[in-house]
Write a protein that binds this ligand. Structure first.
Ligand code: MTE
Length: 452
């Protein structure tokens, strides 16, 4: 495998790290020719700066003179459309069917596939559509009958209880918007693997409005022993025996036993009928198909926190219980695999988030980190939730490197990969929140690069 080193600070990933077949597959499936040309069209027609406005006016005139799509009245303007409820549960347009969650071609499958990535490149705002939420299962998923499902609370409580779904759903509920990110998100970049698209670099990330009962309400109802209790253990009903320790302080703060997701019940693959929502904390603690909560006085040191989801540090020790997802951001458009059609105006758009609270600022660079400008944060800016940012850019047709750098309300600044490696070494898999770089070539092709 040859390592290309173009001039300057750029270090491009080996061309053939995935193999030409896979690259071809990504081009034809993952990036969707239809979406590429949509990008071309919409980018070319964008307004916003004097130059952009002038060129789009000229283009609008051309379109009016020659485009049959605007001159001829289409069939659908002259005929009766479909009746209501043709699709009792609404589906996206057939023209959007390439917008899918996908398995990464760069990951080795062991038995059944266990990760599907969210297509961040095709999404707007901050909310993930339920059908596009990423999935991570350790032992597959089941569609559990809510009538049969139970939640047991035991351990250091005076009133150990078993709840039915009806019991849970009559309790006081809250609805809150939060991101969920797998601790392994962006993991392949640790190994100098420049994964080609934002779907595969950052797609183990989603954001929803969750509805459920505060865990504190349930623990109080069960008579938690506040003097002795220090931790809880959450256990899932699937065959993976997924169990995670959560500190009592966090459990009594904003953790939620959730059944709702974006206004409807959870999807089966996301934990239906009950999952834990642990805002700001890595996805593995968001135990799905939640069936038991035990209250205890020390961490449980289960397999999913001692052997898995640990960080190998440069001195050879393992760091356990790295819970918080630190401040991070990524540009979703333009991003790897997309194509700029022409010089001129583009809206650079992306998302930022922090497990410690709100995003305070996002800076964007188009020259690989030499100069930075502050982006517009779209509202709402919520705690432990995705924040959408946008910034104007006039592309001069030359090579460019696009980066975003988020800062959260604690003042923490998203690090460069080099800074992260100084602390964490090179052998990690989890918790990569480094600045992502997208290289724009003179041809307009956008690709993933590692900037040292
Ligand atoms: N809970 C159970 N019971 N079983 C699992 O395999 N996977 C965990 C967590 N909760 C898992 C689980 C991991 S590793 C992640 S990242 C999130 O669920 C993924 O949630 P999602 O599939 O809804 O995106």
């Amino acid at each position: 495998m040859t390592q290309q080193k173009p001039p300057g600070r750029l270090q491009k990933a080996p061309e053939n790290f995935l193999g030409q077949d896979l690259i071809q597959e990504i081009t034809t499936q993952g990036l969707n020719e239809q979406r590429r040309s949509f990008l071309r069209r919409s980018f070319a027609a964008t307004l916003g700066t004097a130059a952009g406005l002038a060129s789009s006016k000229a283009m609008a005139a051309d379109v009016f003179e020659g485009d049959p799509a605007i001159l001829n009245l289409p069939e659908y303007s002259r005929t009766l459309g479909l009746p209501v409820a043709t699709s009792p549960y609404g589906q996206p347009s057939k023209y959007e069917k390439n917008l899918q969650r996908r398995e990464s071609p760069g990951l080795t499958r062991v038995g059944a596939a266990s990760v599907s990535f969210c297509p961040l490149q095709g999404m707007f705002g901050i909310i993930t559509a339920n059908g596009l939420h990423f999935e991570r299962h350790h032992q597959g998923w089941h569609d559990i009958d809510p009538q049969q499902h139970r939640l047991m609370v035991n351990g250091l409580v005076s009133n150990p209880s078993v709840f039915t779904m009806d019991d849970i759903m009559r309790l006081p509920s809250v609805s809150r918007m939060h991101f969920i990110e797998c601790g392994a998100n962006t993991g392949m970049e640790w190994g100098n693997v420049a994964v080609p698209t934002v779907q595969y670099t950052h797609g183990m990330l989603s954001c929803c409005e969750f509805t459920g009962v505060p865990l504190s309400t349930i623990l109080d109802a069960c008579g938690i022993d506040r003097k002795r209790a220090r931790f809880i253990l959450a256990e899932g009903a699937d065959g993976s025996s997924m169990t995670r320790t959560i500190s009592l302080e966090r459990a009594m703060d904003d953790v939620m036993v959730a059944y709702g997701m974006n206004g409807e019940m959870l999807r089966p693959e996301n934990g239906y009928p009950l999952r834990l929502v642990v805002p700001g904390v890595q996805g593995v603690s968001w135990v799905k198909w939640l069936r038991r909560i035990e209250v205890g006085d020390m961490p449980y040191a289960t397999k999913d926190e001692t052997v898995h989801y640990i960080d190998l540090m440069p001195d050879g020790t393992h760091r356990q219980y790295t819970s918080i997802q630190e401040c991070k951001s990524v540009i979703t458009t333009p991003s790897g695999g997309q194509q700029l059609i022409d010089k001129g105006y583009f809206n650079i758009s992306g998302i930022a988030w922090s497990g410690r609270g709100k995003v305070k600022r996002v800076d964007v660079s188009v020259d690989g980190g030499k100069n930075w400008r502050t982006a517009r944060l779209e509202t709402p800016v919520l705690s432990k939730c995705l924040t959408r940012f946008n910034i104007d850019w006039v592309w001069n047709g030359g090579a460019a490197i696009l980066q975003s750098r988020a800062i959260d309300e604690t003042g923490y600044v998203q690090p460069q990969m080099r800074q992260l490696r100084e602390v964490r070494g090179a052998k990690s898999i989890y918790h990569n929140n480094a600045i992502q770089s997208w290289q724009v070539a003179e041809t307009g092709e956008v690709g993933n690069v590692h900037v040292s």
